[in-house]
Design a protein around this ligand. Structure first.
Ligand code: UD2
Length: 281
């Protein structure tokens, strides 16, 4: 029937708080794009490429050009300690890139976790009145399929590809009550990944601010949550429910077998040798 949403019956397409879980086959991309085109949106994206992770940037940027909000205004912010090494990937009209220099840190955990604070600063200093939405993405990944307007929401979380079939007892939440990321056994909806999240500027600002404060409160107590900022993200999204949840199509992992419910891999983490690329073990 006209107006009927396309559907899927083999996967969860709605959360218990009535927001969509976005899977291939649950939306009409042409219709959605035409609705959003009229709004003349600007989508910001952040990516960090510090130390040896710079090697992933070229493929990330090239594939982003092909699949991430094509036809929309996109501004990509690359944070790196090697600004001269940022590849000059050609961008379509309406799309631009800004390089931000950040210090080299000695621990991968600190590089990963420092992203929240740097994104917060970016929003506060430059983006608040300029961009409409922002997505924060891991660099060791490539786009393979459309990532577009279906992903827009006030606060957007992505289901972690390793845990979307587990129940909450299997989620690798932070389990020490002394941590600000602590999740009790009866808490938690999903396990969201740290490698992709987003939303509107106001919500992502609030999110980054809270997670950064909690991360540093832990640090003062001499604690680091099990999965650094990903653990804080999971605590935050338990209390502040996302207004849209993206399926693991939006951050798959190349080393995982492709399950039958994954009709389209849109963005996926490449297989990497952690010992070789990280500054510490
Ligand atoms: C997971 C998350 C990641 C983060 C981390 C916990 C996914 C797919 N990934 O991945 O987002 O939450 O757990 O801390 O959900 N980086 C550098 N240089 C470095 C180290 C890290 O630039 O030396 C940046 C880079 O953008 C990278 C990101 O930090 O993609 C996350 O680091 P990771 O990919 O090593 O983290 P990982 O695989 O444990």
């Amino acid at each position: 029937m006209p107006g009927d949403a396309p559907g899927r019956t083999d996967v969860q397409t709605m959360t218990s708080w009535s927001v969509p879980v976005v899977w291939e086959g649950t939306f009409d991309p042409v219709l959605l794009d035409s609705l959003y085109q009229a709004k003349n949106l600007t989508i910001a994206a952040t990516v960090f490429a510090v130390g040896k992770y710079i090697r992933f940037l070229k493929k990330f940027l090239e594939t982003m050009e092909q699949h991430f909000f094509t036809g929309f205004n996109v501004h990509v912010f690359v944070f790196t300690d090697q600004p001269n090494e940022v590849p000059k990937v050609k961008m379509a009209s309406g799309r631009q890139r800004t390089v931000k220099t950040v210090p080299t840190l000695n621990r991968w955990q600190d590089i990963s976790a420092s992203r929240m604070l740097l994104v917060l600063t970016l929003i506060e200093e430059e983006l608040r009145d300029y961009a409409d939405f922002i997505f924060c993405l891991d660099v060791d990944s490539e786009f393979h399929g459309r990532w577009g307007t279906e992903s827009l929401g006030d606060l957007v979380g992505v289901l972690h590809p390793g845990y979307y079939k587990s129940d909450r007892s299997g989620f690798p939440y932070e389990r020490r009550p002394i941590s600000k990321a602590y999740m009790a056994p009866e808490e938690g909806d999903f396990y969201y990944c740290g490698g992709a999240f987003g939303g509107n500027l106001q919500e992502v600002e609030r999110f980054c601010q809270t997670c950064s404060i909690n991360f540093w409160d832990d640090r003062i107590k001499g604690i680091e949550a099990a999965w650094q900022e990903e653990s804080h993200l999971n605590r935050y999204m338990w209390i502040n429910k996302p207004s849209k949840v993206l399926s693991p199509e939006y951050l798959w992992q190349d080393f995982l077998a492709r399950n039958p419910e994954i009709h389209l891999i849109r963005f996926s983490g490449i297989v990497k040798n952690y010992a070789e690329i990280r500054p510490n073990v």
